[in-house]
Design a protein around this ligand. Structure first.
Ligand SMILES: NC(=O)C1=CN([C@@H]2O[C@H](COP(=O)(O)OP(=O)(O)OC[C@H]3O[C@@H](n4cnc5c(N)ncnc54)[C@H](OP(=O)(O)O)[C@@H]3O)[C@@H](O)[C@H]2O)[C@@H](O)CC1
Ligand SMILES: [K+]
Length: 544
């Protein structure tokens, strides 16, 4: 069955009207959590009666769920101890646990050693430190406790089973990023529907099996942000050839993939299209690729260029480097045919999205796990619901890629003629691509304008290697290699820009005419994020 996943914000928005109406969502959620715990205890400890259960409890409702579930387990005969990891806790949940005979340890008062000892002796740990309200990795002292638990697992002969309540604490519910220590769960019990972070490939090792407990808000969930296909879904959607089919009725796939530098990527792309059942595969590319293809995939047919022969869908971008490949990719993207976009094609779509252009046809992007996590993060930041109240990112985005020589204010590419007017009047700057206008809503807010000195001081600069494409080629690098790259960048800028003006060259640069260095692609170009956000909002990005 196709699994629908939602961002944490989507789940929380769907919950809100029900909470406002006074529906006891937590009771339902905690009951589901307790039932899952009972099943796991039967598997692992022979039953609930006499089993030792330790609840790791944070300050929010996630801790409340764990406390209520602990109360239910205690009433069924388990020895339940809550370890409080924060000064605050859910008071009703705590009252329920105490009422059911549960014990309590306070991490701050009783000390880490006592808490670790209790946890190590448990049959089951319920991780209720953080849920969808968490941001960033676990803070101290909870982080220290989890580190201690992880260290203890290495030498223990017997490790307790772990159930994560809603999400493993420290894992970002939307992006699946793991920041700091996270206790890997055998089972994650989530409510209403899984969040995208649970199904993101990056989090698989921490999430374990996923069980979803319906809590009555399911009908109010919007379009999912990610769909996960399971093996059993494929036969139903995969077109199988019939007796009368021939190569053209089964569809022709065209590829713009591989290059003289990376011919293997082209080969793999063509082979994937053949293996997927395309009636015929046409590839574009140079002599090196053609030679390899003749030996390895003789059934593929060479096409001079995109548009020379008819195809019904494109697979573009993998290992395609150089100006000629880029032109072919652009032509495929402009063809109006469905496209699978990878690597360079994602960068090009990103650049176009940054210019406000929409993709012309269905695009399925194939980001790797890190790119997917970034895309999901940006999808949230750019969603209209995020508004200006959205927290700033943990790193400073690289929209303003140049610095105005007059005012020393950062401006965005393409703004060389009309420079940013500096920090005095951020909201009224008239630069065509002023940093207060480019980017998502929170970035446009005057309070977070990069030209506001406080904001510039307060935000950490991206670590080297974590800047996106062009920033990595510019001022962000101070090493010898960086200087060499900058010099090379300057030299390269002269050629294509000559005779057309610097603005045109800058535009080309912004649109991705030259691929950024690999080290600089680890965080998405903001435009890439927007492209991804659009694709996500159309529901066409398939996680996993
Ligand atoms: N809404 C409902 O009724 C339902 C909700 N449900 C459940 O509620 C969960 C969401 O609850 P929630 O909104 O209270 O968030 P949750 O994650 O428990 O804690 C937030 C607290 O943690 C803190 N904190 C933040 N980051 C932190 C960090 N890195 N490290 C340490 N602490 C950190 C932060 O403190 P602050 O930053 O304010 O000091 C804040 O107080 C959801 O996942 C589901 O389990 C279900 O019962 C169904 C019905
Ligand atoms: K949790």
């Amino acid at each position: 069955m196709v699994l629908n996943a939602y961002t944490a914000r989507q789940i929380r928005d769907a919950e809100k009207p029900h909470l406002d109406a006074g529906e006891p969502l937590m009771d339902v959620a905690a009951r589901g959590l307790a039932e899952a715990a009972v099943r796991l205890l039967r598997e692992r400890a022979g039953g609930v009666g006499g089993a030792d259960v330790v609840l790791l409890v944070g300050s929010g409702n996630n801790g409340g769920d764990a406390l209520h579930a602990g109360a239910a387990l205690s009433s069924r005969g388990a020895r339940v101890t809550a370890v409080l990891t924060a000064p605050r806790h859910h008071s009703e949940g705590m009252a329920a646990l105490r009422g059911a005979g549960g014990a309590v340890l306070d991490l701050a008062e009783d000390g880490e050693a006592a808490c670790l000892e209790a946890a190590a002796a448990a049959d089951l740990l319920v991780d209720g430190i953080l849920g969808t309200g968490g941001s960033g990795g676990l803070r101290e002292p909870a982080a220290g406790l989890v580190r201690g638990l992880l260290a203890g697992r290495d030498d223990a002969r017997r490790t307790p089973a772990v159930i994560a309540c809603d999400v493993p604490s420290g894992l970002d519910a939307t992006t699946g990023r793991l920041s700091g220590p996270v206790l890997p769960a055998d089972l994650t019990v989530t409510f209403a529907a899984p969040t995208t972070g649970l199904v993101a490939p990056a989090s698989a090792s921490a999430v374990g099996r996923i069980e979803t407990v319906p809590i009555g808000i399911e009908d109010d969930l919007p379009e999912p942000s990610a769909l996960v296909l399971e093996d059993a879904d494929l036969p139903g959607v995969w077109p199988a050839p019939g007796e009368g089919d021939h190569k053209y009725t089964r569809g022709v796939v065209g590829t713009v993939a591989g290059s003289d530098a990376f011919p293997g990527a082209g080969l793999m792309c063509v082979r994937a299209a053949i293996n997927a059942g395309a009636g015929m595969v046409r590839y574009t590319g140079g002599a090196a690729l053609a030679g390899l293809m003749a030996l390895e995939c003789p059934e593929a047919v060479r096409s001079e260029h995109v548009g020379a022969d008819r195809v019904q869908a494109w697979a573009v971008g993998s290992g395609a480097t150089g100006g000629a490949a880029e032109r072919e990719i652009r032509a495929a993207l402009d063809s109006g045919l469905p496209v699978v976009a990878d690597a360079a094609a994602i960068q090009i779509l990103a650049g176009a999205a940054g210019e406000g252009e929409r993709a012309r046809a269905s695009v399925v992007m194939t980001p790797h796990a890190g790119e997917l996590a970034s895309a999901l993060e940006w999808a949230v930041r750019l969603s209209p619901a995020a508004g200006n109240g959205c927290a700033p990112p943990p790193w400073r985005p690289a929209w303003p890629r140049r610095t105005c020589r007059r005012t020393a204010s950062p401006t965005a590419p393409g703004s060389r003629r009309r420079r940013c007017r500096g920090p005095a009047r951020p909201a009224r700057c008239s630069a065509a691509r002023c940093c207060s206008r480019a980017g998502p809503p929170w970035w446009r807010a005057p309070a977070s304008c990069s030209r506001t000195p406080g904001a510039a001081r307060g935000w950490p600069r991206p670590a080297r290697g974590h800047a996106h494409g062009h920033a990595g080629r510019g001022r962000g690098l101070s090493s010898g290699a960086g200087r060499a790259r900058r010099r090379a960048g300057r030299r390269r800028r002269v050629g294509p820009g000559r005779g057309r003006g610097a603005a045109a060259a800058a535009r080309d640069q912004h649109r991705g005419a030259r691929a950024p260095p690999a080290h600089a692609r680890r965080l998405p170009h903001p435009g890439a994020a927007r492209a991804a956000a659009r694709t996500l909002s159309r529901g066409s990005l398939r996680g996993h």
